[in-house]
Design a protein around this ligand. Structure first.
Ligand code: ADE
Length: 225
């Protein structure tokens, strides 16, 4: 899978890419992630990438031309399934979308800034718009990093224990059950006996029961799905 991230502040994504699971996935060539700085595509001597909005109003807008040139350059060398614009007015991201996107061969993420990007880029190139929640970030970079992380960990081989991603919260519209590790007695707080029993069937039943209990208490909306 190939992921291309377009940003005018690539430094915000670099740190994320150089760490942990995503970094390992890139090193193992399970995913090819490329970061593209929009600035060199800017116009004129100052490499301008943003401008005031027509009609007036506070805030700058990322111009259509630099974005279009960069997207077209990418599309000339690779066939992408999706061009995704990260924006608070997009569809709210969830595990189902992560699962779907993890099956794609190529994705371009566009990170907005300021007031966003020229609407014509959305009309002409964007196939999907994603929000990571009902709040406004300073830019789409952290949102693109969130979505990239959620996708990459689903690619087979990225997480050592392949079943591990399948037992995550949300995979079956249930929150994950509580987990414990050594010691069995921590300051008088004991690990539930059933987890020490070695009885696989009882353990699975207990986990399912706890998942349902937790979901009922914390996210009853998930049970309706
Ligand atoms: N850009 C700014 N805020 C965002 C959000 N909540 N989700 C995705 N992209 C964003």
């Amino acid at each position: 899978m190939r992921i291309d991230i377009i940003s005018c502040q690539p430094g915000l994504v670099e740190g994320f890419l150089s760490q942990s699971i995503v970094k390992n996935a890139v090193q193992s060539q399970l995913v090819d992630i490329r970061l593209h700085d929009l600035r060199p595509y800017g116009l004129g001597n100052y490499k301008q990438i943003d401008d005031y909005q027509y009609g007036g109003g506070a805030g700058m807008v990322l111009m259509a031309e630099p974005l279009a040139r960069l997207i077209r350059d990418l599309q000339a060398e690779f066939t992408y399934d999706e061009v995704i614009y990260m924006t608070p007015d997009g569809d709210t991201f969830n595990q189902k979308t992560a699962n779907r996107l993890s099956l794609k061969k190529g994705i371009i993420f566009i990170c907005g800034h300021y007031k966003g990007i020229d609407q014509r880029i959305r009309d002409m190139f964007v196939t999907r718009e994603i929000s990571i929640g009902d709040y406004v970030l300073s830019g789409g970079e952290i949102a693109a990093a969130v979505v990239t992380d959620a996708i990459v960990r689903l690619i087979p081989g990225v997480i050592n224990d392949e079943t591990s991603a399948l037992t995550d919260s949300f995979q079956d519209n249930l929150l994950a059950p509580p987990v414990y590790t050594r010691p069995a007695d921590f300051e008088g707080h004991l690990v539930p006996d059933v987890l020490l029993s070695g009885n696989e069937k009882l353990i699975q039943e207990w986990r399912m029961e706890k998942s349902i209990e937790r979901t009922t208490l914390r996210r009853p909306d998930l049970l309706d799905k």
